[in-house]
Design a protein around this ligand. Structure first.
Ligand SMILES: [Zn+2]
Length: 360
């Protein structure tokens, strides 16, 4: 549970900080934690200045170089700082754009290192700290966090629906998105949109009276944000079926105007088939095929050999909202969602209608 949380700069002047505690972070034990800050840009700088860190907060004010590259400071910044005796980690939000909005997300503690509070701060505050540090100004920060973990595990379920195939009911085309989200905002773009179109694709097929040859299955994963928990249980339970899963599709990188799909398969015949299917979407300009292994939940299915596919879309602003209070229904556009649904329904149905499984 997040509970109450707040932070402020207490010197050289008092300024409230917009923060969000990070996933699995410990709280401050009912105390207000106050200390000086050390501002670093990289883990290398942290290691070089490790002597300065003891008893202080480490501020990560990295240069944003894309989500994949920069998310490591959020993911392991607390433990890296704790190695050298830091009392907390204040991590610049992992976003290319900010209106003073903190962005939360997962972090994990390394074993053998003390667990210290880990919070995201805004790009603006991280840069302010960076400027003050560059001028040699001593900055003190106070932090209060009630963050706590339940002492027992709960039950959560993947949500599954399907249209049984007419000719090959044991072969599966899977479309998916994740149903869980962070507690802030509404989780509309991450991943309400992806879950919506993955459910909607099947209902469109059903409404049109189409009968797929092989089974079309929609899975709305649970526990993605907490560490891909739902898909891991699914992959285990369905291990015997994965060689009959033609393709695993996932939408978790935005539902803006669709451009096409990505494809992870390396078989050139399969790539040709996917490309051919995409040509049917030329009326909505969504014919782009990108060969890569984009995915989150489906990583576990791709690792088991299932070809994977993600919805490619004009998602340049995705991380503006990601894991923040700004991820609300306001950023979803119903026309764009309809187009994404069309791509999802048309491509998944085409895969389900092929004579054979996609060659691997
Ligand atoms: Zn997501």
């Amino acid at each position: 549970t997040r509970g109450k949380e707040w932070a402020q700069m207490v010197s050289p002047r008092v300024k409230p900080l917009n923060i969000l505690g990070l996933g699995y972070s410990v709280g401050t034990d009912g105390q207000v934690l106050t200390g000086e800050i050390v501002v670093v840009k990289t883990f290398e700088e942290l290691a070089n200045r490790s002597q300065e860190v003891k008893g202080k907060f480490v501020v990560y004010n990295f240069d944003f170089k894309g989500y994949g590259e920069s998310v490591k400071y959020r993911g392991s910044g607390a433990s890296e700082a704790a190695k050298y005796g830091a009392i907390g980690a204040l991590v610049r939000s992992v976003t290319p754009f900010s209106i003073n909005s903190p962005h939360t997300g997962m972090q994990s503690y390394k074993s053998g290192v003390p667990k210290i509070p880990a919070v995201s701060i805004t790009v603006e505050d991280a840069e302010l700290f960076g400027r003050l540090a560059a001028r040699g100004v001593k900055v003190n920060v106070s932090l209060y966090m009630e963050a706590s973990m339940a002492d027992r595990e709960g039950t959560s379920r993947n949500t599954v629906s399907e249209i049984t195939g007419t000719d090959k009911p044991n072969e599966v085309v899977l479309v998916s998105g994740h149903l869980d989200s962070w507690d802030v905002g509404q989780g509309a773009m991450d991943d309400g949109g992806g879950a919506f179109i993955s459910w909607r694709a099947l209902s469109v097929i059903k409404k049109l009276g189409l009968k797929p040859k092989r089974t079309m299955r929609s899975v709305l994963w649970t526990g993605e944000e907490m560490g891909l928990i739902g898909v891991q249980a699914y992959a285990k339970q369905h291990a015997g079926e994965l060689n009959r899963m033609s393709i695993a599709m996932e939408s978790d990188i935005g539902t803006f105007t669709p451009l096409g799909i990505t494809f992870s398969g390396t078989n050139s015949t399969a790539q040709c088939i996917v490309n051919e299917i995409l040509q049917s979407l030329n009326t909505i300009n969504a014919t782009k095929l990108t060969l890569n292994e984009e995915g989150s939940d489906i990583d576990y299915l791709m690792a088991a050999g299932v070809p994977g596919s993600s919805l490619d879309n004009a998602h340049e602003t995705y991380f503006y909202y990601h894991h923040s209070n700004g991820d609300t229904m306001t950023v979803e556009d119903s026309h764009q969602l309809d187009l994404c649904t069309a791509v999802w329904a048309a491509t998944s149905y085409a895969f389900a209608a092929l004579d054979d499984l996609l060659p691997r």
